[in-house]
Design a protein around this ligand. Sequence first.
Ligand code: DQA
Length: 147
Amino acid sequence: MKKILVLNGPNLNLLGMRQPEVYGSTTLAEIEDQCCAHAKQLGVDIQCKQSNHEGELIDWIHETRQTRAAIVLNAGAYTHTSIAIMDAIAAVERPVVELHLSNIHQREEFRHTSYISRVAKGMICGLGTHGYTLAIDAALRILEKED
Ligand code: DQA
């Protein structure tokens, strides 16, 4: 069974109450439930994790070397700052689909740069929570193509 890690970065644990005009009113728990339901339909083994800590996110990215998972990653603000997360992705050579709820290109200038995009297979942004199921579909297709 194909394995996909859905990884969420800083402040995404506050979804639902955090700037709902930007990020919507769905909580992270609800998004993770949607991801699990979608994965069940696809017959995919999915694991959802969230951390506010850069090092912990990096440790989990490293772990995908053993599990051979693809990664759906919303790195939150680390997207725009973290060379360390970019390097971790490059190091483990697992496919990453980058994801953002908001359209980062319509927002402040500093959000237009993504270190993750330099190493991700592709990126989905601006489609809200629907982006997660689209990203899982994309990750699965990439894993199937690898076989
Ligand atoms: C985000 C966009 C980032 O710029 C921001 O820092 C986030 C969430 C999104 O999902 O739209 O925390 O990744």
